[in-house]
Ligand binder design. Structure first.
Ligand code: BEZ
Length: 211
């Protein structure tokens, strides 16, 4: 099954470094970042997991839980965790799913056979508290992802949900945002009493509401 934005994130039960996880129950009312990495004991993955673990407080501030996955078995995950702490200076503080039967990888289409027929690519799914998939990224094995960018996309998604604004190119926290085109000027006046800069009828720039 092809997953698309807006689809319900498939539920599953799978083993992890923090014990068996029933995904929807584990997610609860949080947002979730579910991401796959190709293999344990590999250099790029080691750096990604260490850095993501350092960002866990930032994810928590945004009500986001993080969960990783590879097709390697749980015993491998458990012995690799020590290497992550030793080399990245940070203990793993979120669960890593062990998916040797590819249950989750297949559900989320994380194995791309023309890239590699056994290893997962670097997929990222951002899932909202209603269990809807809100963002998907796919990177090749050799390119480490930018997890600051993943935090930035969560900020953008949460702003859109909370304030009916979209974020322009290269937007960062605190910068101006765009009133969503679906909102009439009449309704916009109620939500944005400070006004906006109407560069075109469809391009209405305003201050970020929640700063
Ligand atoms: C890595 O994580 O370093 C890696 C994994 C698979 C292929 C290439 C690099």
């Amino acid at each position: 099954m092809t997953l698309r934005l807006g689809d319900t994130a498939p539920d599953f039960t799978q083993d992890s470094t923090e014990g068996p996880i029933s995904f929807h129950e584990w997610a609860g009312d949080s947002w979730v970042v579910l991401f796959s990495h190709p293999k344990d004991f590999t250099p790029v993955c080691t750096t990604e997991l260490g850095y993501t673990a350092k960002l866990v407080p930032e994810f928590a501030k945004r009500n986001v839980k993080v969960i990783g996955l590879s097709v390697d078995p749980l015993d491998d995950h458990k012995s690799w965790v020590g290497d992550i702490q030793e080399t990245q200076g940070q203990a793993l503080n979120f669960p890593l799913l062990a998916d040797p039967d590819r249950k989750v990888s297949d559900l989320y289409d994380m194995i791309h056979p023309n890239a590699n027929d056994t290893l997962t690519v670097r997929s990222v799914f951002i899932i909202d508290p209603n269990k809807k998939i809100r963002l998907m990224l796919t990177y090749p094995a050799s390119t480490g992802r930018n997890f600051d960018e993943i935090l930035r996309t969560i900020d953008s998604l949460q702003l859109t949900d909370g304030y009916k604004v979209a974020t322009p190119v290269n937007w960062k926290q605190g910068e101006d945002v765009i009133i969503v085109p679906s909102l009439s000027n009449e309704d916009a006046k109620k939500l944005f009493p400070q006004g906006w800069d109407e560069q075109k009828p469809y391009l209405r720039v305003t201050k970020q509401p929640n700063v």
